[in-house]
Design a protein around this ligand. Sequence first.
Ligand code: NDP
Ligand code: GDR
Length: 363
Amino acid sequence: MPSQKVALITGITGQDGAYLAEFLLAKGYVVHGIKRRTSLFNTDRIDHLYQDRHHKGVRFFLHHGDLTDSMSLIRVIQQVQPDEIYNLGAQSHVAVSFEEPEYTANSDALGALRILEGIRILGLEKKTRFYQASSSEMYGLVQEVPQRETTPFYPRSPYAVAKVYSYWITVNYREAYGIFACNGILFNHESPVRGETFVTRKITRALVRIKLGLEECLYLGNLDAKRDWGHARDYVEAQWLMLQQEKPDDFVIATGEQYSVRDFVNAAAEQLGMTLRWSGEGKDELAVDDKGVKRVCVDARYFRPTEVESLLGDATKAREVLGWKPRTTFKELVAEMVTSDLADAERDALITKHGYKHFSHRE
Ligand code: NDP
Ligand code: GDR
């Protein structure tokens, strides 16, 4: 019997980390993940994968470590001796990167370097394949529509600048040391476990709560921003496929369809049977429900110092080389997120009805 493949995932407690871990476990991998020490538990998304180490045949392990701490990374890589490393860990919020630019560069740019250098120091260049979570944000101020692997980068945030560094250091270590290192240039991908401050989840979560009377109004920034939104479950398969090829390469992963933030609000409202009537423009735009109550308002606080107005990906290369294509439609994605958030909100409504307070503040 061939020996089990061993994968190491940074960012395993995040959206993609959780989907990828589940995907690899189903493929028979031994999965190791790096998580940060936090004062509260941060493993909600992977608790269903937990295996008691006292049992036989355990294939899921967590290690403390941090992308800003070389020693912790090298220690874990040495201990695990992975066949594949997926570097999904990052300070991944674009707006937050304007507030914490140095930390974002440290974790998102230098984090990738630390792992690549770890592979080299430990002499694992021929054994360990490396996946870097690169981003469509690198295209920023778009130079070509749709964006493909050859489109020039023009990053528009400290996050995107850091991701350009990690993209190029991945290419450099591939060329300089022959490491099997790939960049997945992934366009936005969402799911029911998307972080609650990214715009899609913020919308689905707020609208269901408005529907159940738990909240009054959803405050958003730039409603005109356009994105190519896919499902995280589909996108982690592409991450894995990249590391199964004969040669390392870089791939755009996208749906090839584009919607605005406003379109996303309307699609989620439609799922809930809510009618929204829009009026006004720019910072004065708002939407009211069928009783005339304000349900969506623009709040200038959510505008970014430099914005990425429009992203649309061309994943032809991934389709042709990896045989990958997205399985989930935009409408199915929105429906899945709304259904999941509705179940959570119904639970919160029940708690509230019985006199308990629950925490709902999300920015
Ligand atoms: P999340 O924000 O959901 O998850 C990020 C993960 O990184 C979390 O596990 C987080 O830990 C961890 N992390 C953050 N900082 C550090 C650090 N210093 N050391 C170790 N771990 C750290 O992101 P996604 O799952 O959505 O995205 C995964 C990766 O893909 C990220 O690199 C992101 O930048 C990139 N990406 C995402 C896209 C998307 O649309 N989702 C598109 C393109 C790229 P904790 O849980 O403790 O916070
Ligand atoms: P993005 O995702 O910046 O594309 O980065 P986000 O969902 O944060 O924003 C998408 C667009 O919506 C606009 N927007 C708002 N965004 C947030 N978060 N909150 C709001 O209230 C709001 N109102 C309007 C934004 O201005 C933006 O134009 C995500 C992250 O997952 C990155 O890690 C990843 O690399 C990229 O996707 C591809």
